[in-house]
Ligand binder design. Structure first.
Ligand code: FAD
Ligand code: ZN
Length: 474
């Protein structure tokens, strides 16, 4: 769309001199995401500093039919934050204040542009924990985390972002401010409206602030890397470790041998901590209780798993530094995959118990469609969420491999559907998976999503073209 000059002038006035930029050098980093996969263009970057300014902007956009794309830290992986069609870009970077921390009530209220790392830090300074943890935490914003209902490595214990939000302040597309910053754990006074905006990917309203749940910071923590013969053994180990630690697991991450090889090959300061290679590993973390008790129950559980053949070997970190080194193996997988060459990626979920059968069916199906593709299936086994990725057969044959993306994706997603799974477990839909949705969600569900969008955004000005597939006319 082309935004008329008269509208651009009104928008600039609404936010004042510090609240906008038309400087191409300042706008450029907001138009491209970190992998260079998506590029957009925009005549104006708005940087409002309050909900009142966001409201003034949206009122003008609503009145004039001007399209707006909200953007937080620009770390989203599905293109939702990119203005593809010359929309106005609204960055939350000046909504950057932590408004309040209630230590005894264990809540924190922050504006949407505060980074996740800053929120974790504010909590930790008070010996509290904000458990959301993503590799992008230094750059992503809490508003973006809420808009995408981000997951990460501690969902097993604390849930997705949805479970961590008590209250929201949201500006609707017509400029109405919904002040719902309640710090209540219990509130059944009508629809839980905040949940509608969590995971809505900037299509229903702009989140300007949130009241978040904090938790006691666990004193005790144990981390181990266990070698397992198969995904089936990993799933059985999950159940055994949960019951023997009394439900204290906070992470349970699947790692295939090839991922460990990529990491130790490409990432400085990493090494395989076990003597003998194993086809699969799990990174296990448990937190809470007293250290000696936790460590003893964790080690007993691992020893029992070794005796029963679920685990062939394991290393338990004996210091925080060793624990961090084990986590580095897991957290470096995406980067190592990138250095190894092109990859076709999926972010899928199936019921936890179905993971072994899913991998057994989907892996050969992909290799039939893309001969030689190297499976790198890793991630949040404890949540039933696998980053079901494939590297090209060898470094250097990237473009012919990437040309198979759509075909491979459909093979994978069709199998996900057979297992009653989801084609997007934690990264969202954005533009990347928008047109796949009708194949995997019922018309009825898609129509209900469209009805919600029309109710909140009747002029379709907020992040148009994202997440919701257009109605197909036959
Ligand atoms: P952006 O990328 O700026 O925006 C994402 C979406 O939210 C867009 O649709 C945008 O329009 C909308 N949006 C942003 N702010 C607002 C707002 N205030 N109000 C309304 N809509 C808004 N994600 C996971 O879930 N788990 C992971 O483990 C994970 N790991 C990652 C690792 C790396 C290295 C990277 C680069 C990304 C990873 N992500 C992960 C994806 C990404 O970090 C998350 O989706 C994150 O929540 C996005 O936050 P952001 O502030 O960068 O949002
Ligand atoms: Zn993930």
């Amino acid at each position: 769309m082309t935004v008329p000059e008269s509208v651009l002038i009104r928008l600039k006035d609404a936010v004042g001199a510090k609240g906008f930029s038309t400087d191409p050098a300042e706008i450029a980093p907001h138009l491209e995401e970190w992998r260079g996969k998506y590029h957009g263009h925009s005549p104006l970057l708005l940087k409002p500093a309050s909900a009142a300014e966001v409201s003034a902007v949206l009122r003008i956009c609503h009145e004039t039919g001007t399209h707006v794309v909200p953007q937080g830290g620009n770390t989203g992986l599905v293109g939702g934050q990119i203005p593809f069609n010359g929309e106005v870009l609204l960055s939350t970077k000046r909504l950057n204040k932590v408004r309040a921390v209630d230590e005894s009530g264990m809540t924190l209220t922050a504006e949407a542009g505060v980074t996740l790392a800053e929120i974790q830090h504010e909590a930790a300074e008070r010996y509290l924990l904000f458990p959301l943890s993503l590799a992008s935490e230094g750059s992503c914003s809490i508003g973006g985390n809420i808009a995408t209902n981000a997951g990460g490595t501690h969902v097993l214990r604390y849930g997705m972002t949805r479970a961590l939000v008590l209250g929201l302040e949201v500006v609707l597309p017509d400029g109405t401010v919904l002040e719902m910053l309640r710090a209540l754990h219990k509130d059944n006074s009508g629809y839980d409206l905040k949940q509608v905006f969590i995971g809505s990917e900037g299509t229903l309203g702009i989140i300007t602030a949130a009241t978040l749940r904090l938790f006691p910071k666990p004193d005790a923590s144990v981390t181990a890397l266990a070698a397992v013969p198969s995904p089936d053994a990993a799933v059985k180990l999950l159940g055994a470790m949960q019951s023997q630690t009394g439900g204290l697991l906070s992470a349970f991450e699947l790692i295939p041998r090839i991922a460990l090889e990529f990491v130790t090959r490409h990432i400085d300061g990493t090494r395989d901590p076990l003597d003998t290679p194993s086809p699969w590993y799990v990174l296990i973390e448990a937190t809470g209780g007293r250290h000696a008790t936790l460590e003893a129950s964790f080690e007993d559980a691992l020893a029992a798993a070794v005796s029963s053949g679920l685990v062939s070997d394991a290393v338990v970190a004996s210091s925080a530094t060793q624990g961090a080194a084990l986590w580095k193996l897991r957290e470096s997988i995406s980067e190592a995959q990138k250095r190894e060459g092109a990859s076709i990626k999926h972010d899928i979920a199936v019921p936890v118990a179905a993971i072994p059968a899913f991998l057994a069916k989907a892996t050969p199906a992909v290799r039939a469609a893309a001969p030689g593709a190297r499976p790198v299936s890793f991630g949040h086994l404890g949540d039933g969420n696998i980053h079901f990725n494939f590297n090209s057969p060898a470094p250097g044959d990237d473009s012919s491999f990437l040309a198979l993306w759509d075909e491979v994706q459909q093979v994978v997603h069709d199998i996900v559907k057979e297992f009653g799974g989801s084609i997007s477990a934690e990264h969202g839909i954005g533009v990347m998976k928008r047109d796949s949705l009708p194949r995997y969600k019922s018309h009825e569900e898609l129509d209900a999503m469209r009805a919600l969008k029309a109710a909140f955004d009747p002029r379709n000005i907020l992040n148009p073209g994202k997440m919701i597939p257009p109605v197909l006319r036959l």
